[in-house]
Design a binder for this molecule. Structure first.
Ligand SMILES: Cc1cc2nc3c(=O)[nH]c(=O)nc-3n(C[C@H](O)[C@H](O)[C@H](O)COP(=O)(O)OP(=O)(O)OC[C@H]3O[C@@H](n4cnc5c(N)ncnc54)[C@H](O)[C@@H]3O)c2cc1C
Length: 493
């Protein structure tokens, strides 16, 4: 169906292995078509999909009438259907928007109406007492709240990896470590996508390149898209904070951002952030003293009781914000080009719906694709997902395979067995960061201080490569320098 055997490498080549590119690949391989994904990083989820708030939004606060509002709402329901089989955690914590003065309390009524316009009709205005009963760490100055019961927490790593693995199991080919550097068209209209590791050819090009989607679009002949990075900085609190944060605490949004929130994570920590700052440099993932201070101050305005909770990590992510102010999902049948871009701050929530929207567009363009009900082969089951008991605490699992009892990461209780699963998965983890995304090893309180060496040695044995050949996130990020003795010898001639 739709294939031209031998003519091109792929029927559909997707640029970008973020949550959007992976979801589109997974949706396309419901049909017997050849799908490739080209990604400059050495793993999935290396862009915005790596560094967000991991909230599964209902779309209650989206601008009514936008494509974003519609697809976030649809995406939320699709995740409920698909997450169990994919092994993606969803914590139905709910969220409360906190009005800290009378002016904000007036605003809540507007957000309630906004939610209704977006079909989120289960929201509820709360009195101060009810807010404090639901959110005991909330600022005692709170005047009123808006409860959004279906706002949920997921894990962006697990979600993206799961979509990619199911896409791979069903035939998608991933080209990691391939940076697209230019795009040519053949006389028959097919694409010749130039990468720093050679060209790939395709009948259709799907641009899901996040921050760089404007560059890819331009190279493919579509002008007009401008993507601006909007930086968000976060602090991660230790698990001691989690009991104080049973649900997501939201501020009343501002015109440019949903604002700084306090949220539980699927893995038992608490997130403070993100800030929202338009910047010029698409590579600037630095965390800054001023950004972290703003994130902390904003979060503590919502929940001052978290002031003494220890911070174990910080990070920054860049939202791919488009000049259009809405998602840019365009199908150009004549050019056989799809844009899935500008998916700024809600793409994790909407990914499954965006993928269906793209396939709907391709069907309208006459592509003979299968319906979204066509079954997919499942991704292999994992012994653990965020929020579940660790294998080392399950005697039956340890008895069946003692490697689940040999714990390498003591903070997160990650065993050799889980790391081996990641190394042997349909998209094998080949870097330390990839192990972290799949197992949460090195993401706990010590941030890898105590366990990284043991994990590297285990990876080295399993992969049969020396530790010096392993990397944090691919070539150019070695985890070990040359041996000290050999450096000394060189120094003495
Ligand atoms: C601070 C912050 C908080 C957020 N919070 C939430 C939230 O709570 N809930 C939610 O639903 N969403 C949230 N989001 C939004 C969500 O993260 C994004 O909408 C989503 O990750 C976008 O996915 P993507 O696949 O379009 O982009 P990306 O994940 O950025 O993927 C694009 C990929 O394309 C690759 N690429 C780019 N150029 C090239 C090239 N030339 N060659 C090869 N590969 C290339 C990149 O390496 C990258 O991996 C947040 C985002 C941020 C930054």
């Amino acid at each position: 169906m739709g294939a031209i055997p031998g003519a091109c490498d792929y029927d559909y080549l997707i640029v970008g292995a973020g949550v959007i590119g992976c979801a589109i690949a997974r949706e396309l391989v419901r049909s017997p078509v050849r799908v490739g994904v080209v990604e400059q990083g050495w793993d999935v989820a290396e862009g915005a999909s790596k560094a967000n708030s991991s909230i599964l939004h209902t779309g209650f606060d989206a601008k009514p009438g936008t494509r974003e509002a519609r697809l976030v709402a649809e995406g939320w329901w699709l995740w409920q259907q698909e997450a169990p089989e994919l092994g993606v955690p969803i914590l139905r914590t709910g969220a409360v928007m906190l009005a800290l003065d009378e002016e904000q309390a007036q605003e809540l009524e507007r957000w309630r109406r906004n939610a209704f316009e977006n079909g989120v009709t289960d929201v509820e205005l709360l009195t101060r007492d009810r807010v404090l009963a639901l959110a005991p760490a909330a600022n005692p100055a709170v005047v009123r709240g808006l409860f959004v019961p279906r706002e949920s927490v997921t894990c962006t790593f697990t979600a993206t990896v799961a979509l990619a693995e199911q896409a791979a199991v069903n035939g998608t080919v991933f080209h990691f470590g391939h940076r697209v550097t230019g795009i040519e068209r053949s006389p028959d209209g097919s694409y010749r996508v130039l990468t720093d590791r050679g060209p790939l050819t395709a009948r259709w090009l799907i641009d899901a390149a996040g921050l760089w989607a404007d560059e890819i679009a331009r190279w493919a002949g579509a002008d007009g898209l401008v993507i601006t990075p909007r930086k968000g900085e976060f602090l991660v609190l230790d698990k001691s904070a989690r009991a104080k944060v049973p649900l997501i605490h939201l501020p009343v949004p501002t015109p440019i951002s949903k604002g700084i929130l306090v949220a539980p994570t699927a893995n038992g920590n608490v997130l403070l952030g993100p800030t929202a700052e338009d910047i010029g440099d698409k590579r600037d993932l630095s965390v800054t003293a001023s950004g972290l201070q703003r994130a902390r101050e904003g979060a503590l305005r919502l929940a001052p009781a978290l002031a003494d909770e220890p911070v174990i990590a910080t990070y920054a992510g860049l939202r791919p914000a488009s000049s259009a102010g809405d998602y840019v999902i365009e199908i150009h049948p004549r050019d056989r080009l799809v844009l899935a871009a500008g998916i700024r701050s809600t793409g994790l929530s909407s990914a499954l719906a965006v993928a269906r929207e793209v396939v709907r567009g391709l069907l309208e363009a006459g592509e003979p694709l299968a319906s979204s009900e066509s079954p997919l082969r499942p991704r292999p089951r994992r012994s653990w997902a965020p929020g579940q008991p660790r294998p080392c605490t399950r005697p039956e699992l340890v008895a069946a395979d003692p490697s689940y009892g040999r714990v390498l990461c003591l903070c997160e209780l990650v065993s050799e067995g889980e790391i081996r699963e990641a190394l042997r998965a349909p998209i094998p983890a080949t870097t330390l960061d990839a192990i972290k995304k799949r197992t949460w090893a090195m993401a706990g309180r010590c941030q890898g201080f105590y366990c990284t060496a043991a994990i590297l040695q285990f990876m080295s044995r399993e992969l049969r490569v020396p530790v010096s050949g392993l990397t944090k996130s691919g070539p150019g990020s070695p985890v070990a320098g040359p041996p000290v003795a050999s450096r000394g010898r060189r120094g003495h001639g």
